[in-house]
Design a protein around this ligand. Structure first.
Ligand code: DLZ
Length: 178
């Protein structure tokens, strides 16, 4: 379904989970910083609003979106996060090697999800124009940084639910053995 004319920050379906004691890394790109700074503000605001403690939000920047993957990997290796949110903006009309950067970061982040078995959230805008980027960084189409933070919280809640179910099953079988 097209997201044109739709503010995806109005989250449909399940409620945004409370963050609890989770530690979240955010890595954001300095390239197009007027956009990515707004994404960062949105992500941080959303996490704080939903119970993540400020001390548990660890933020670092990288030069451009291409570097998001390695920056996220560093966070995963050194700060032991529960999730990492990656924020960037690559504007098609202004970037000759748009597709190289977008594909590299999408593939890189996908691989990190699998390698670390952790949520690494793809919060990279890939608009055609600067105006489309502004519209998605706190403008008429909402703030994609907030959406990235919601996605992180939802993935952590999913993991917690599955862990709880497994614990419950284990308890059940322990009782059965008695
Ligand atoms: C070089 C470059 C260009 C042209 N455009 C963007 C962009 O629109 N968004 C972005 O995040 N980064 C851009 N970069 C920088 C690359 O991501 C990367 O930092 C450099 O190629 C160095 O590896």
């Amino acid at each position: 379904m097209s997201s044109v004319n739709k503010n995806l920050s109005i989250v449909e379906g399940s409620a945004v989970p409370i963050g609890g004691n989770h530690r979240i890394g955010i890595v954001w790109s300095e390239w197009n910083h007027e956009i990515t700074g707004a994404l960062l503000d949105g992500a941080k605001r959303l996490l704080l609003k939903n119970g993540i403690l400020e001390k548990n939000i660890i933020i670092h920047s990288v030069p451009g979106s291409f570097e998001l993957t390695l920056g996220a990997q560093y966070l995963a290796e050194y700060i032991e996060p529960d999730a990492v949110i990656c924020l960037g903006c690559v504007i098609q009309g202004e970037t000759r090697h748009f597709e190289f950067i977008c594909n590299a970061v999408a593939n890189g982040i996908t691989k990190l999800n699998m390698d670390f078995s952790l949520p690494f959230i793809f919060g990279v805008l890939t608009p055609d124009t600067q105006q489309q980027a502004i519209d998605r960084a706190g403008g008429k189409h909402g703030n994609k940084g907030e959406e990235a933070a919601i996605t992180a919280l939802k993935m952590l809640a999913l993991r917690d639910r599955i862990e709880d179910e497994i614990d419950f099953d284990d308890d059940f079988f322990d009782l059965d053995d008695d």
